[in-house]
Design a protein around this ligand. Structure first.
Ligand code: NI
Length: 173
């Protein structure tokens, strides 16, 4: 178990299209990376973390959105692909690569994601509410899209101003 370093915006890897994980890459190293990503996410009190956020430009993310009914909602998704998205929801969103920035963001209310698990098996997950928000946010990371890109223009300008202020005072690290 080795927590990884989380990179912050505007690190270029965050805005780079992630490479698909090839069949030959499934194995022990990938399993170790995913365990390390879970550790890193839990340590940072996050509910989702994508590979680009630890400097790896690959289509991989982990998530654990705890629900009140205690149902296990812990997933590692490799090569995620959104195949259904519908409805809309507005809710506060944050990102481990944007410490201290929280803002309301519009997302679809429901999504079906197709992905490969750590063994390379293709699966589909139908999710709503917070898990849909998380899957959409993390799949965006795999596409080099950050939540700044999903903000309204006004909110984006406010967030950018806040980031600049935090950078100038050495609090963006
Ligand atoms: Ni994020």
């Amino acid at each position: 178990m080795a927590p990884l370093k989380i990179v912050l915006y505007p690190e270029p890897v965050l805005t780079t299209l992630g490479k698909p994980v090839g069949e030959e890459e499934f194995g022990e190293n990938l399993q170790t990376l995913i365990e390390d990503m879970f550790d890193t996410m839990y340590q940072a009190n996050g509910v989702g973390l994508a590979a680009p956020q630890v400097g790896i430009s690959k289509r991989i993310f982990v998530m654990d959105v705890s629900l009140e009914d205690d149902k296990s909602n812990k997933f590692a998704m490799i090569n995620p692909e959104i195949i259904v998205q519908e409805g809309e929801q507005f809710g506060d969103e944050g990102c481990l690569s944007f410490p201290g920035i929280y803002t309301k963001i519009r997302r679809e209310a429901r999504t079906v994601v197709r992905f490969q698990d750590v063994f390379g098996i293709t699966q589909e997950l139908d999710c709503t509410d917070l898990s849909a928000r998380c899957v959409l946010h993390e799949t965006d990371h795999c596409d080099g899209i950050v939540f700044l890109d999903r903000m309204t223009m006004l909110k984006r300008e406010l967030a950018k101003r806040k980031i600049k202020k935090l950078q100038n005072t050495g609090k963006w690290e």
